[in-house]
Design a protein around this ligand. Structure first.
Ligand SMILES: Nc1ncnc2c1ncn2[C@@H]1O[C@H](COP(=O)(O)OP(=O)(O)OP(=O)(O)O)[C@@H](O)[C@H]1O
Ligand SMILES: [Mg+2]
Length: 256
């Protein structure tokens, strides 16, 4: 049966459904059609990539999925919730509670320690500090950072900072995480560790993790890849045992 939500004892929904989504930007002299009818469907939790070259619309799509901007047309449903119709307040609640976002530049607050950064969503949500600190400590432990909890970002490695950012994204137990080139600022051996961390997070918290990237060498870590070209999804395939070269050549065959 199509669109049947996966059974999850906690009732969390991990699907992502995008249908007919368009988005244009009006400039002074002309209009740029960044997304021209995007269709994308994820039914099962797991690690997925949207791969596209520069200017294909990756960031625009990620902004729509994470509720930072709205589509001109089409529907977006994430974790069981239609978000294209939400009010501003609804979108704020969605961003804070239903999803998590991980950025290339980590986006930690430099003056706060690791545990304070992770607990920040709870502070913004006016949770009792004690509850937030306990949750943050638990997440730092899960990400292997218990001994870094009182370090500020500038006293941590890039890989540690990204793990703090992932812990922060998990604060409210989202069913769906979005990531924008999460290893883009890491060296290759730290990136390899980060792929293991991300896989572990997907398994342990039973999430959908959807990443955007322009690198076949990043996309091979995912279960399936959606190809984005000129604002449309032009192909989808399972990664299986492909290496980066095979993935790039399959992408090329699909007109990437
Ligand atoms: N705020 C904006 N105003 C005008 N044009 C925009 C805006 N945001 C994006 N665009 C245009 O929309 C298209 C898609 O941009 P987008 O940033 O989504 O691409 P991208 O795939 O993320 O590229 P990159 O890999 O370089 O980050 C581009 O032509 C871009 O110039
Ligand atoms: Mg971008």
């Amino acid at each position: 049966m199509p669109n049947t939500p996966p059974a999850d004892p906690s009732g969390r929904r991990t699907e992502v459904h995008v249908a007919g989504v368009t988005k244009s930007f009006a400039l002074r002299s002309h209009t740029v059609a960044a997304l021209r009818g995007v269709d994308l469907h994820i039914d099962e939790p797991g690690f997925y990539a949207i791969m596209g070259s520069s200017g294909s619309g990756k960031t625009t799509l990620l902004h729509l999925l994470s509720g930072l901007d709205r589509p001109d047309a089409g529907t977006i449903e994430v974790a069981g919730q239609r978000i294209d119709m939400l009010s501003e307040t609804g979108l704020t609640r969605y961003r804070r509670h239903r999803i998590g976002v991980v950025f290339q530049q980590f986006n930690l607050i430099p003056t706060l320690t690791a545990i304070e950064n992770v607990a920040l969503p709870g502070v913004l949500d006016r949770q009792p500090a004690r509850v937030g600190q306990a949750r943050a400590a638990e997440l730092l432990e899960a990400l292997g950072l218990a001994d870094r909890r009182h370090h500020r970002p500038d006293a941590m490695s890039g890989g540690e900072q990204q793990r703090v950012a992932i812990a922060r994204a998990l604060f409210f137990e989202p069913a769906v995480l979005f990531a924008d080139e999460p290893t883009g600022n890491l060296d290759s051996s730290t990136s390899d560790q980060m792929w293991r961390v991300l896989h572990d997070v997907v398994e342990r918290f039973r999430l959908t993790l959807l990443m955007v990237t322009h690198e076949p060498s990043a996309a091979i870590h995912c279960r399936s890849v959606f190809l984005l070209r000129d604002g449309r999804i032009t192909g989808t395939f399972d990664v299986g045992t492909s290496d980066a070269a095979e993935l790039a050549s399959r992408a090329q065959q699909l007109g990437w």
